[in-house]
Structures are given as C-alpha cells and as structure tokens.
Design a protein around this ligand. Structure first.
Ligand SMILES: [Zn+2]
Ligand SMILES: [Zn+2]
Length: 148
C-alpha cells in the first residue's frame, strides 16, 4: 500500500519522521476495522472499533504534546490540521472532568430523545448500581468518568 502523500500536501514539520510509524500503525488498524465484515452487528456497533482507534490515536498525539512534550507546537498543529487527531475531542480532554472522555457524541445532548442528560458512560461508577451496564451506544465506551 503506497503512502498517501499527494503533491498538494506540504512536507510535514520537523519531528514527524519519529512518530510516523506509530501513526501509520493506527491508520492501518483503522483501515482494517473499516474493511471488517459488519454482518450480524448493529450499525453503531460496527463503528465502535473505528471510534476506539480514533480515540487512541488522538490520545497518542495529545500525550506527545501535552504530557510528554515530545513534539513541537508546529507539528502538533499540523497533526490536527491533517486530522491525525480529533481536535474536538482534545479540547474536551483539557477541561476539568473530561480528561478521559471517550467521544464527543457522548456529551452532546442535542438530538437526543432524553433531553439534558449525558451518556451513561459519563456517570461515575460510584453512582451506579452494582452490575449496571454503562456501555454507551455511541462508541461502546464502558465508562470514562474522570473520577473512575
Ligand atoms: Zn464514554
Ligand atoms: Zn463515547
């Protein structure tokens, strides 16, 4: 599989070569997940592995910049622009109480039939009845409250 790098794509900023392989690994896994047969699965469920990978890749970029300080601002901005990470999701991770948010859909209350409530996976385990399932319908998250 040739690398997708069209002529219109500018050369990535310095430091990209060092993380290129890890990013390519995520891309490969996402492609595999997309190609997987969805037979017997509900539509939303078929998307879960892809959303999980999107989450993991965004997390990787986020930690490189904010936690490990291993990449430059320039490279970080470039990665967001090139969609190597989900800027919307990262914006949440920087907020108090959303450090582990699984996906943006889980806190979007618009378009829900139950008004004003966030996804079950956002409820701290301490507030749940034992063995109550928190798996959400959006991404299959099994709990991403910051206090867990
Ligand atoms: Zn969640
Ligand atoms: Zn979610």
């Amino acid at each position: 599989m040739p690398k997708i790098r069209t002529s219109r794509t500018k050369r990535p900023p310095e430091g990209f070569e060092e993380i290129e392989d890890s990013l390519a690994e995520f891309t490969k896994k996402m492609r595999d997940a997309e190609n997987e047969t969805h037979e017997g699965k509900r539509k939303a469920e078929a998307l879960w592995p892809i959303m999980r990978l999107n989450h993991a890749r965004s997390r990787y970029v986020y930690e490189l910049f904010y936690k490990r300080k291993a990449i430059s601002r320039k490279l970080y901005d470039w990665l967001l622009k090139e969609k190597y990470a989900d800027a919307g999701l990262i914006a949440f991770w920087k907020k108090n109480g959303y450090e582990k948010l699984c996906c943006v859909s889980c806190v979007q209350t618009k378009g829900r039939n139950y008004e004003g409530s966030t996804c079950k996976c956002r409820v701290p385990r301490a507030q749940l009845k034992s063995n109550e399932s928190v798996q959400c319908q959006h991404c299959g998250c099994q709990g991403c409250s910051s206090s867990d």
